[in-house]
Ligand binder design. Structure first.
Ligand SMILES: *[C@@H]1O[C@H](CO)[C@@H](O)[C@H](O)[C@H]1NC(C)=O
Ligand SMILES: *[C@@H]1O[C@H](CO)[C@@H](O)[C@H](O)[C@H]1NC(C)=O
Ligand SMILES: *[C@@H]1O[C@H](CO)[C@@H](O)[C@H](O)[C@H]1NC(C)=O
Length: 609
């Protein structure tokens, strides 16, 4: 045997160096990981102390504001708080109140309850009072401007809309200094119609979940019950309107963000076809997300009546108001379609509508089904025909929407949130986005064996998509749109009446494990159909459970658990859906329904306690 000691030693020594080298590399990597985490933590700490100061100042400013009580009887003040915009306009015309009074009355309420309910991000009091004085002056002069849809009316804006001088944080602690130098186009257009944006309202961190909570402004509480969420992402808007801090305002909706808070808070919300809304002047959390075109976001109002939704629709979608702006100022694809007045005020009898009460992909609660039954009966009683419809390919929409949402592995959101801690409501998305595809396959099998079939099917759909796969997804959306239009044609129906959401408002943080309840809203974003919600009824005592679900998986068990947490008396809305560009039909059917139901004739707005 030939043994060469030198060679052997050399080999040992070089092995040793390799081991040292690997050790050092791992050490450096681990060290740098620890260091980076530590730096991140320190940065967050520093930023959070800035946020604290920022919030202290805001609270102090709001508290210190001297808002005069208008010289009006308490009856008139109550009337103002309970009126919709249409009635407020009448009160302005009849000189019962002035715009200045309106700003004062609503601002006082914001000052009193706005922070406690997590609704207000900023009250733009001084600016609003100046604008109101100007409106009152013009009204005295009988200016033709007074006939504009929202003239002299204070309105609120979701914090994602750019307003000069106010931060658009989108709930991120690192965006305190994102302060637009001028109003976004949407705000400009509203102001050009005499609306007075006076209040900015809270959203979820990064505005991509349906519970409005973040580390800057805190959590929005539902005015009907503080222990329940107000929905999101336009959660501050829904809550502000139901809490009568704002007569109406603007939200935006890419998966239900207008309709969910409106439904959770028992008020009215409308999401038009994306191409018939103004998105210019609305900020998303990342440039990449701003640029995506697979599922389009739409802006739209949250109000106290269908009449008011129509007022906003007029101001924002009538081409005559848009023409006034220079080409570069407005959206390149600003709405060009004239409002069809015949369609909007259609009072024909014997029309045909479709409806469905629940979806087998994820049933909705009994209260939500009963709300549809009520709406269907009201329309039948008016001589209309209602046919039950079966939506095609709901599972494919469900999976497709998740695929879209995670198509960039949520990179867009992580660009923003990698610097800070995500609120716990993002946990599921975090897991979907950060688990490697192979492990997801493995987990999928595991969940399948555990009987969590829906979750098992969902997991593999949450991988990052290649451009080609994304294009295929878009192609499929096009086909689904055709299928859904065929549904309207085959049944000869003008609109569909359906549940607004899978459940009424549930306890805070419950969105974590009961997400399928938003199936009822995102279907219509995926297809880009106009839709709106209106309040119909309240949860009854015996409806406080979810054992009607055909699916016996975890989310259903959780909804059952949450429904039992004192949900009696919470408002329940229905949804009306029309084909693309048929906003007039959608609003018209909502109006016909609302005239029969008149929820707030029979119920009062929640007392804030
Ligand atoms: C308040 O209104 C009443 C009745 O309109 C009027 O008599 C009174 O002078 C007003 N007070 C003030 C301080 O303007
Ligand atoms: C408005 O709608 C009615 C009813 O659907 C239709 O007959 C009419 O052509 C529409 N008008 C315009 C200008 O599109
Ligand atoms: C469902 O729950 C309700 C309320 O807890 C109960 O009264 C009812 O019997 C249950 N129904 C079934 C089928 O379990």
């Amino acid at each position: 045997m030939d043994f060469n000691l030198t060679n052997f030693l050399e080999k040992q020594i070089s092995m040793k160096y390799v081991a040292y080298f690997i050790g050092a590399c791992l050490g450096v990597k681990f060290g740098s990981f620890i260091l980076r985490s530590a730096i991140k933590k320190v940065k967050i700490l520093i930023q959070k102390s800035k946020v604290r100061k920022f919030i202290q100042k805001r609270n102090q400013d709001l508290k210190n504001l001297i808002i005069p009580t208008p010289n009006l009887s308490q009856d008139i003040i109550n009337k103002v708080l309970n009126s919709d915009i249409t009635q407020l306009k009448k009160m302005l015309e009849e000189k019962i109140v002035k715009s200045v009074d309106l700003v004062n009355i609503f601002s006082q309420r914001v000052q009193k309850h706005g922070i406690e309910f997590g609704i207000v991000t900023h009250l733009k009091y001084e600016e609003a009072i100046e604008a109101a004085k100007e409106c009152d002056k013009l009204r005295k002069e009988n200016s033709p401007l007074c006939s504009l849809p929202l003239f002299g009316i204070p309105i609120s804006m979701k914090e994602t809309f750019d307003e000069k001088g106010y931060p658009a944080t989108i709930g991120s602690i690192f965006r305190l200094d994102h302060i637009p130098k001028e109003d976004g186009f949407c705000v400009k257009l509203l102001k050009s119609g005499g609306a007075i944006p006076f209040l900015r309202t809270n959203v979820p961190q990064a505005a991509m979940i349906y519970e409005s909570v973040n580390d800057v402004y805190g959590r929005v509480l539902n005015p009907w019950d503080k222990t329940k969420y107000a929905g999101g992402s336009s959660g501050g808007e829904g809550a502000a309107v139901a809490a009568r801090m704002s007569p109406g305002g603007m939200g935006s909706d890419i998966g239900g963000s207008i309709r969910i808070p409106a439904a959770m808070c028992g008020v009215y919300g409308f999401k038009p076809t994306a191409q018939r809304t103004i998105m210019s002047g609305h900020t998303f959390y990342s440039k990449a997300f701003n640029g995506q075109k697979t599922v389009l976001c739409a802006s739209g109002p949250i109000c106290k009546s269908v009449d008011d939704l129509i007022l906003f629709f007029r101001q924002l979608s009538d081409p005559q108001y848009l023409q006034k702006f220079k080409l570069h100022e407005r959206d390149p694809f600003f709405p060009t379609q004239q409002i069809n007045e015949t369609e909007l005020s259609n009072n024909k009898k014997q029309r045909r509508f479709g409806y469905f009460k629940t979806l087998k992909s994820f049933d909705c609660t009994l209260a939500n089904q009963r709300a549809v039954e009520i709406a269907v009966e009201k329309l039948r009683a008016q001589g209309h025909q209602l046919v039950e419809v079966d939506l095609p390919d709901v599972d494919s929409i469900k999976n497709g929407f998740i695929q879209f949402l995670l198509s960039d592995s949520f990179q867009g959101i992580y660009d923003l949130l990698s610097q800070e801690d995500t609120v716990k409501e993002y946990l599921m998305i975090d897991i979907f986005a950060s688990t490697p595809p192979l492990i997801k396959r493995f987990l999928s099998v595991l969940f399948y064996m555990l009987g969590e079939k829906s979750f098992a099917e969902l997991l593999p759909q949450t991988n990052r998509l290649q451009v080609e796969e994304l294009n295929k997804l878009q192609y499929k959306i096009g086909q689904l749109q055709q299928d859904y239009l065929r549904l309207f044609d085959d049944h000869e129906i003008e609109a569909i009446i359906c549940p607004s959401f899978g459940a009424p408002a549930l306890p805070h943080s419950s969105s974590l494990d009961s997400t399928p309840v938003c199936l009822y809203t995102f279907i219509w974003n995926y297809l880009n159909f106009p839709c709106g919600v209106l309040p119909v009824t309240k949860v009854q005592k015996e409806e406080q459970h979810f054992n009607n679900s055909r699916i016996k998986e975890l989310p259903a068990k959780r909804v059952d658990f949450y429904m039992k947490q004192n949900t009696e008396g919470l408002p329940v809305n229905v949804q009306v859906v029309a084909p693309p560009f048929k906003e007039e039909t959608c609003l018209n059917v909502m109006k016909i329904l609302d005239d029969e139901i008149q929820f707030y004739k029979h119920n009062s707005y929640p007392e804030l306690k």
